[in-house]
Write a protein that binds this ligand. Structure first.
Ligand code: GDP
Length: 297
């Protein structure tokens, strides 16, 4: 289960708080120091942790809370609310163009983050909502990426537009748009190439695709197990290409949770979905409040 080690630590802090009938300021401060440690160990961004504990402390050390009937429970409630706020509070849906106009979504991310898999996962989700989806295979460098997209597209019952690996990604994207329009598709999802590390060439190529077709939303796929690296990657992609939303993959294997808890606060970009496994059905809409409940128990 995701975030196991963070959950365990925070639940221990809460158990302590609950066991106390009355709370002093020092009790609250001591508990928040432990919360802070647990979050830092979970690889949550340092500034985010600082701001988070400051907000909780300001709200918790007040007359209403300290003199209330159940101060421990109140502090826990405040932690819960602030953590939900950290992850964005509201659920963000993919935004489509009005009426039945073609919505073009570009998927970006580093190689291995789970971009191609996630592209097919999203295609399935949108199809089940009644969208007529076309996938475009623009990852022309990674061996087998095109084949992988074709296989997964077929599993999802979604057509995949591919032109092999001899054409420029921007040209494939343009041809895919024409195909989508003549085919009556209302969503086109473009799978792009990632590299192992961020480099100029990759960014230039993504910008070129963006300049060639009318990309409505750019979604970044990052591996949640990489913690703060994922947050830094998101910052760079946003700066160079522009990102509208984030998908955090491999949450099923992430015992820490640092990326999930930092990425919204650091980049300002909402998390739309989380990947919970390798199967094409393992993609969940991201609900900040439910994620908080998962973490805090
Ligand atoms: P790409 O290079 O970004 O296109 O990455 P792929 O889509 O090929 O995914 C890389 C690996 O991560 C594959 O083995 C996927 O099955 C795996 N993967 C993708 N998303 C998830 C996820 O949410 N959970 C788990 N456990 N594995 C995932």
């Amino acid at each position: 289960m995701a975030f196991d080690s963070l959950s365990e630590k925070l639940q221990n802090v809460f158990k302590n708080l609950r066991s106390k009938g009355r709370l002093t300021e020092d009790d609250v401060k001591a508990a928040l120091r432990e919360v802070k440690m647990a979050l830092l160990e979970a690889d949550v961004n340092f500034r985010v942790v600082k701001q988070f504990t400051k907000s909780v402390q300001e709200r918790a050390i007040g007359q209403d809370v300290m003199n209330g009937l159940n101060p421990g429970q109140m502090v826990i409630k405040i932690v819960n609310e602030e953590m939900t706020k950290l992850m964005g509070s509201e659920t963000t849906e993919i935004d489509f163009k009005p009426s039945n106009e073609l919505t073009i979504i570009m998927m970006v991310g580093l190689q291995g983050a789970g971009k191609t898999t996630t592209t097919a996962k999203i295609a399935g989700k949108l199809k089940s909502k009644g969208k007529k989806v076309l996938l475009a295979a623009c990852d022309v460098y990674r061996p087998a990426a095109i084949e992988q997209l074709k296989i997964n597209g077929e599993k999802q019952g979604v057509e995949v537009f591919a032109m092999g690996n001899k054409n420029k990604p921007a040209d494939i994207a343009k041809a895919a748009v024409n195909h989508a329009i003549s085919n009556g598709n209302n969503v086109l999802i473009i799978d792009t190439a990632g590299r192992l590390h961020i480099d100029e060439e990759m960014m230039d190529e993504l910008v070129e695709i963006k300049n060639s077709v009318d990309v409505h939303r750019t979604l970044l796929v990052v591996d949640s197990m990489t913690g703060q690296d994922a947050v830094n990657v998101a910052g760079t992609f946003d700066e160079k290409v522009g990102v509208d939303g984030v998908i955090l993959t491999k949450l099923d294997g992430d015992t820490r949770g640092g990326a999930a808890l930092s990425i919204r606060a650091v980049t300002g970009k909402p998390i739309l979905f989380v990947g919970m496994g390798e199967k094409l059905s393992d993609l969940e809409q991201f609900y900040p409040d439910r994620m908080t409940s998962r973490i805090l128990g």
